[in-house]
Design a protein around this ligand. Structure first.
Ligand code: F6R
Length: 242
């Protein structure tokens, strides 16, 4: 794991946004793994800015989003599909047909999860995966558990995640289930960039970087991957011993 501490989230957004743009400049048909939440917003703003300036085009890019809520209409503003349109896809020149999401309202979750993993493989695998981290150490919606997950699956969200994300749900109750790429699916990405900002993430960051590889901190599985960069602000890095 390579850990970088930058001065604030704006500086991280610039560097990480440029990493994604550079990947696309090197490989115009790159496959990108994307995350939602507050953390990636500066990264997505940087990508949109460079696309608007015609420095990079996402026309040939394919994306896979890590996760999606269950039992929430896709057109609801809190669905991750809506989030990605508002925060990135409507601001770049990507072909929406090449953006892939899990369907949290599917009648056959097992078939859909298998099809999602198979499609990632068919597209050649994820070249660069963006991750945030939950306060409980989750990545995607892989919650603390007794064993690491592998492929995409349906998960019951933990009270910590429900508490953290409930603030976004004002009109409907926060969903209790989600579909998510598993830890194994995430580790199959060729390159991974995880961003964490703010003091609320400091304990999870310490467990991820300096703790044992333990499914109680799902992000600690990233220690097993050969090509992971972690970008932190000083608050998120505060508990690291080196
Ligand atoms: C969302 C996702 C989650 C978030 C995590 C942090 O697609 O993968 O693991 O990255 O919950 O969320 P924020 O960035 O809102 O603190």
């Amino acid at each position: 794991m390579n850990v970088f501490v930058l001065k604030d989230e704006a500086a991280i957004g610039k560097v990480v946004g440029d990493l994604f743009c550079d990947k696309v400049l090197q490989k115009p048909n790159a496959v990108l793994g994307l995350a939602t939440g507050a953390t990636p917003l500066p990264t997505y703003q940087r990508m949109a800015k460079r696309c608007k300036a015609r420095e990079v085009s996402f026309k040939g890019v394919t994306t896979f989003n890590l996760d999606e809520y269950c039992d929430l209409p896709v057109e609801h503003p809190n669905s991750y599909r809506s989030f990605m349109r508002a925060e990135l896809f409507d601001n770049i020149d990507i072909d929406l047909q090449n953006t892939h999401f899990l369907d949290g309202n599917t009648a056959d979750e097992f078939a859909q999860c298998a099809a999602f993993d198979a499609l990632i493989e068919e597209k050649g695998g994820i070249d660069l995966q963006l991750l945030g981290i939950g306060r409980n150490g989750h990545i995607g919606f892989n919650e603390p558990a007794n064993a690491f997950t592998d492929g995409t699956f349906k998960v019951e969200l933990t009270p910590s995640t429900i508490a953290a994300n409930s603030i976004y749900f004002t009109d409907v109750p926060m969903p209790r289930y989600a579909m998510t790429m598993g830890v194994g699916s995430i580790l199959r990405a060729k390159e991974i960039v995880l961003v964490a900002t703010g003091s609320a993430k400091a304990e999870a960051v310490k467990a991820m970087v300096e703790g044992a590889i333990d499914p109680q901190c799902p992000a600690s599985a990233l220690q097993k991957h050969e090509n992971v960069a972690i970008y932190l602000d000083p608050a998120a890095a505060a508990l690291l011993s080196r």
